[in-house]
Design a protein around this ligand. Sequence first.
Ligand code: ASP
Length: 327
Amino acid sequence: MTARRAVIIATGGTIAMKYDEEKQGLVPACTGEDLARAVPGLGEVADLEFIQITNIASCGMTPEIMWRLHEEVDRVLARSDVSGVVITHGTDTVEETAYFLDLVHSSEKPVVLTAAMRGAGDTSPDGPMNILCAVKAAVSDETRGMGVMVCLNEILHAAADVMKTHAANPATFESPWWGPVGYVDCDRVVIRRKPICVKRIRPEALGARVDIVKAMTGSGREYIDFAVSQGCAGIVVEGFGRGNIPPGMVPGIADAVGRGVRVVIVSRTLAGRVLDVYGYPGSVTDTLRAGVVMGGELSAAKARIKLLLALSDNPSIGREDLQSLFD
Ligand code: ASP
């Protein structure tokens, strides 16, 4: 049988970092190829190719780099000799890049993002095992049609659900309330559920600015007004509970919507849908009257990615069409 082929696209992250005396901390030090070559047995799992897109900490990730990744992924997956793609990334924002790539994904072949919480030179680094598992998942028949996943700690998470939940522990990634989609065992990849209802959005280019405004107790309209003044085409407002916000924010939202800015409300809770169950000032019933769209179960970071892609695809998308994208 011909060996399976995977392409590893490296972007940086702690997985590729080592301690630097002069800088007094971990800094990018290894390429994707360096990392893969140091994983025992990886060559028996698949033939590998490498693309180094960046070598940055993922706090420096941008929608523009995500777009470049998307173009590389499309190009690579169109090749008949490639079974899947692995992307190495920092853990801080991997859930955003994964969600971006999942929304624009158009192949039956999988993309698996992986990362590490410990640097490449640390005692017992988690990177090598994570890369091994990610490559196994990327070339497995089991993951065809699964879209974009994140794999750390032998566990596979759907891009839409995964979240970094701990600042330091290697078991940081969870899919709150729904759980992982599967795991990578020694002998095979086990899939326990498949993502459903993924609404894909494939703009021709990125062309919108979307910012997040977080509700605080006592918030007024200032940050909404600021986002509008900066030229945002969309704003994601992260509210409380069912999506309720301080009443003082509502006039700013109504004015923003009146100026054609799309406003999506999400919740700072880890799970559950935004909904108009209350009737008081600042409730979702109130903000719906002001013209918002309900962001469903998405985190603010992921809703921002979705709104960015939706507005890039169609800058004048109607409120109902946008709502159906978030439902
Ligand atoms: N700060 C790092 C990053 O996201 C964290 C990591 O990779 O674990 O690049």
